[in-house]
Write a protein that binds this ligand. Structure first.
Ligand code: AMP
Length: 404
């Protein structure tokens, strides 16, 4: 899936490319078309999922299509840091569009904000308290407001902004589009959503995968150039079951699938470079058990929902620990057991330690006989300095890998 296929205008595609984004994230795939269609949206999304672009891109496009003076979009955020971040993104994505923006938050002088608001800047990113202050002084004119975003609504509630947000909502035109984002859901969040939204598309997106108790994490130390050989051997040695292999790139997924297939494995690749029909077919074959190994990119895999995955393989160590959590969340669902196997080359050992830090646990380091790395693997930080032992060889140690 590409940004082009989401229906974004050339100015925005250009800005997105300049930011270095090649593929939309799952939340962007789901939210951008809804946003462009002018519909209300409720999204469960954490920071780091790409949610900011998911709401800003459709807003920028819709406002730019019909130029009008005055304030047209309001983004409510809990903190000044987030306000600055959203402002920065709005300016970056909007650099080829003609829309001005301002961030309005407390702790700094009112005056520059007052000037921008009175001028009728198109996009206002604000924390609730300071915004109410400006509204009380009649610095704002929201009579022509077209879009409202509530970003990190749960955090706004946690910070005690509920009364302020309600007052703001009451002062906005009823006829508007509202995009509502919250990392978590609760009674309070739902009540606020009900008040803010009309007929919304109920899309639950970007939910954080939890790592289940039943996952056995295994790290395999191997040279980068030997990863494919080591994986082929592991697939041969470990009893078969539904296995999902993650690679960072489409190209990597395609190449790995091809090579594994050459060695007699039933493998297929799933990534954004394939047509939807192709992807559906690959997924169908994986689900039905016709093929047991699926090689996928993160973006391609996040949209899919397959149970009974006995093993997740990280063909590379993700450079963001959240991605590790996401990938590994694919196995050991609903109380089942599963294995998360990570192939880590020496350049990735430090990244892996960051992941262990996030998880608050360290995992055993092992090696595949015949594919030992030239230097012994870096051990977790919490082990005292001592001569590093060589890793053990990989054997399925629990019943997990044996299950089907
Ligand atoms: P957010 O969840 O909006 O805070 O975004 C998290 C990070 O992901 C930010 O650094 C964005 O610049 C980045 N980002 C957003 N969309 C994409 C994308 N499609 N591809 C790569 N990075 C992205």
């Amino acid at each position: 899936m590409s940004f082009e296929s989401l229906g974004l205008a050339p100015e925005l595609l250009k800005a997105v490319a300049e930011r270095g984004y090649t593929e939309p994230t799952p939340i962007q795939m789901e939210a951008i078309p809804v946003g462009l269609a002018g519909r209300d949206l409720i999204g469960s999304a954490q920071t780091g999922t790409g949610k900011t672009a998911a709401f800003l891109l459709p807003i920028l496009q819709r406002l730019d299509e019909n130029p009008r003076p005055g304030t047209r979009a309001l983004v409510l955020v809990p903190t000044r840091e987030l306000a600055e971040q959203v402002l920065e993104s709005a300016r970056a994505y909007g650099r080829h569009s003609n829309l001005d923006s301002v961030a309005v938050y407390g702790g700094v002088a009112m005056e520059p904000q007052t000037r921008a608001l009175r001028k009728g800047v198109a996009i206002v990113v604000a924390t609730p308290g300071r915004l109410l202050d400006h509204m009380g002084r009649r610095n704002t004119d929201f009579s022509g407001l077209e879009v409202l975003v509530l970003d990190e609504a749960d955090r706004m509630l946690d910070m005690g902004f509920a009364p302020d947000v309600r007052k703001i909502l009451d002062a906005l035109p009823e006829e508007r589009q509202t995009l509502f984002f919250s990392a978590t859901r609760s009674g309070d969040v739902d009540r606020l959503a009900k008040r803010a939204l009309k007929d919304h598309a109920a899309v639950e997106i970007g939910r954080r995968a939890e790592v289940a108790e039943g996952v056995e994490h295994v790290l395999v130390a191997v040279e980068k150039s030997e990863k494919r050989g080591a994986l082929a051997k592991l697939l041969e040695d470990l009893p078969q079951g539904r296995t999902l292999v993650f690679t960072r790139t489409k190209h990597g997924a395609e190449r790995l699938a091809r090579q594994l297939r050459r060695e007699g494995n039933e493998v297929t690749a799933l990534h954004g470079g394939k047509t939807q029909a192709h992807r559906n077919k690959a997924l169908e074959r994986f689900k039905s058990g016709k093929i047991s190994v699926l090689v996928a990119t993160d973006v391609a895999a996040r949209g899919i929902d397959v149970d009974n995955i006995v093993m997740v393989v990280n063909y590379d160590v993700p450079n963001d620990p959240e991605i590790y959590v996401h990938r590994v969340g694919r196995t050991a669902r609903a109380g089942a057991e599963g294995v998360a196997l990570t192939l880590m080359s020496p350049d990735e050992w430090l990244l892996m330690r960051d992941i262990e830090k996030l998880m608050g646990r360290s995992f055993p380091r092992e090696v595949v006989p015949g594919f030992e790395p030239s230097i012994p693997p870096l051990q977790p930080e919490d082990r005292p300095k001592r001569p590093v032992r060589r890793g053990r060889s990989v054997r399925p140690r629990s019943g997990a890998a044996r299950r089907r």
